[in-house]
Design a protein around this ligand. Structure first.
Ligand SMILES: Nc1ncnc2c1ncn2[C@@H]1O[C@H](COP(=O)(O)OP(=O)(O)O)[C@@H](O)[C@H]1O
Ligand SMILES: [Mg+2]
Length: 196
């Protein structure tokens, strides 16, 4: 390879890595009490969304690290009588499978990177059936642009769900940025809910 200006794709990759590190450091530095408090506020806002209320099949995720705590949201989906789907990593296909979880206490096992995920026995559900999808991420813009953890997993999942499915990100205000680098494969969310 010749030496010279980085390709546009390389420049985007580099800019994403820098922003990812900066926002994760900011999120990791937030105190535990505000993380709990903001998680509760955000969860209440999610429940109140008409899109959530109307959905019979809801895909969420089990949070890890300094992410907003999704445990209460997950419990409420089941209490509301909706079908709960959670992602499981398929390493061979570098893809996320959505699996039907009936009892998080019994159905979740530690997966890749220690993230809890549905056990193999949980049934795989076609992503086309999802009506409401809660999307994790590192940074977002008000317009719904999303920076993930760097694996592109949710870009692939978002591309496979029904066009009509509602895509909602929940994040702390400290994860919001004015703009972020986007590649051609990056998928946006319809709305970002924060504690503000
Ligand atoms: N269609 C695609 N969907 C998702 N990722 C893709 C696709 N095509 C290529 N990739 C690769 O996946 C990698 C991760 O994507 P990126 O958007 O940076 O991750 P994330 O969305 O997790 O922040 C990129 O380096 C990109 O080259
Ligand atoms: Mg992406």
């Amino acid at each position: 390879m010749t030496h010279g200006a980085a390709s546009p794709a390389e420049a985007i990759k580099q800019a994403k890595a820098e922003l990812r590190a900066a926002v994760l450091a900011r999120r990791d530095a937030a105190d535990f009490a505000s993380r709990i408090r903001h998680s509760q506020t955000i969860t209440q806002k999610l429940f109140a969304l008409p899109e959530y209320r109307a959905a019979a099949v809801v895909a969420a995720y089990a949070s890890f690290g300094s992410e907003l705590d999704t445990a209460e949201f997950i419990a409420r989906i089941l209490a509301d009588g909706k079908v709960l789907l959670l992602p499981r990593i398929n390493r061979a296909q570098r893809a996320l499978e959505l699996r039907h979880v009936k009892n998080p206490g019994a159905d979740l096992v530690a997966g890749v990177w220690g993230i809890r995920e549905p056990a193999e026995r949980c049934r795989i559900i076609n992503p086309a059936k999802v009506e409401f999808l809660l999307v994790p991420g590192v940074a977002f813009t008000a317009g719904g642009a999303r920076l993930g953890y760097g694996g592109g997993f949710y870009d692939r999942l978002l591309a496979s769900v029904d066009q009509r499915a509602v895509r909602i990100a929940a994040a702390f205000e400290l994860q919001m940025v004015e703009q972020l680098p986007e590649g051609p494969h990056d998928q946006r969310v319809g709305k970002v809910i924060t504690e503000k």
